[in-house]
Structures are given as C-alpha cells and as structure tokens.
Design a binder for this molecule. Structure first.
Ligand SMILES: [Zn+2]
Length: 200
C-alpha cells in the first residue's frame, strides 16, 4: 500500500476557474426535493454530512459514509435512476463524486481515502475538464494510496443532495451540476491538493 501524508506542491497549473467551468443552466432554480417515495415519513433529521434535512427513516445506510438514512435514500433513488434509465447516466460521475466527498467525514481509513479520491475526481471533471474514462482511471489509481490526514478544516456545506431533482432527466442533470459545483466551490481551499493529486 502506498502512502500519502501531505501535499508536495500546490500549483493550480492548467486548471480553469470554477466560474469559467460552470456551464449555463436552464430551468427553474433548484429547491429541496420531497420525493422519497415508498417510505414512512415520521419526522425530519439533519444529515451529518451535507447538513440537509431529510425524512427520518429506519433503514440501512452506508458503511463508512457519514449520512442520515433519509439523505442516503435520496442518493440511492438517484443511483437507481442512473442505472435504470440511460437518460440519467450523464449525471452519474458528478453526483457520485460530489456526494461521496461531502459525506466522507468519518475519519477512518476508508473515509480518508474517499475524501482524497473524490475531491480529486470532482476537480478533474470540473476544473480540468477530463473525460469520464480518465477520471475513473485516476480514481482507481488513487484508491491504491493510503491517506493519513484529514483536511484541517472541513468546509461548511452550501448545498445538499435534497436540491437534486429526481423527476426528469434534463432537470436532474442541471441540478446535479449545480450541486457538484457548489460542493467543489465549498472545497476551494483544497483545490491545490486536488491539483497535486491529479498529477500523480
Ligand atoms: Zn447528506
């Protein structure tokens, strides 16, 4: 297992700014989605990862991501759309990277790896405009490293997956893009680390 503890250099290099990278979005502004179909809603609870409010549910969550059950249900609903309807697939990598980054607050070995891998992948997608295949290959390569330090400051979330539309492919992609850009913007203090990891 290879180990990384601290960044070795911090030159943004070829990256473009988030503002320049942001594509034009169409459709109405996003708002909290209430579509957690097929579940019993008894109350709401704040997710410890994205700090969004979701229905309180009694159901399994992820093994090491710091998620509430309601937040995880919303994300799983999106994944089900991605894998069952190809019109939703273009949003898959962006949503997976942004969501995983935002919810890797556990501090254990798997969470530390997840932070670095998904931060780098999200940065590569948005700021370096790397194609999906390259982003996936880089994510696999970084997964071979062992990371021992969590970010010294954890960004305050400015968006949650509750803002991601689940009703229609075009609006889904638009809201996923907005969510992903918000997450990467929240992590702007760590873009130099992401750039360094993308060069490994
Ligand atoms: Zn959450």
């Amino acid at each position: 297992m290879r180990m990384i503890q601290t960044p070795r250099r911090s030159s943004p290099g070829r990256a473009i700014s988030l503002q320049d990278a942001l594509p034009p979005l169409s459709g109405p502004a996003v708002g909290p989605s209430q579509d957690i179909s097929g579940t019993d809603l008894v109350a709401t609870a704040r997710c410890p990862g994205c700090e969004g409010r979701f229905p309180s549910l009694d159901r399994p969550t992820h093994t090491h991501l710091t998620v509430s059950a309601g937040c995880w249900a919303h994300f799983e609903h999106a994944l089900a759309l991605h894998f069952s309807d190809q019109r939703y697939w273009p949003a898959h990598q962006l949503l997976t990277n942004a969501y995983s980054l935002q919810h890797s607050r556990g501090g254990d070995r798997r969470a530390l790896r997840s932070v670095h891998v998904h931060l780098s992948a999200l940065y590569a997608q948005i700021c370096l405009r790397q194609p999906e295949a390259r982003v996936i290959a880089m994510r696999r390569a970084l997964s071979e490293f062992d990371f021992h330090e969590s970010p010294p400051t954890w960004p305050a979330p400015s968006a949650s997956v509750a803002d991601v539309d689940l009703s229609e492919p075009k609006q889904h992609l638009a809201t996923v893009e907005r969510f992903a850009y918000a997450v990467l913007s929240d992590w702007s203090d760590h873009h130099a680390l992401a750039q360094m990891l993308c060069e490994i």
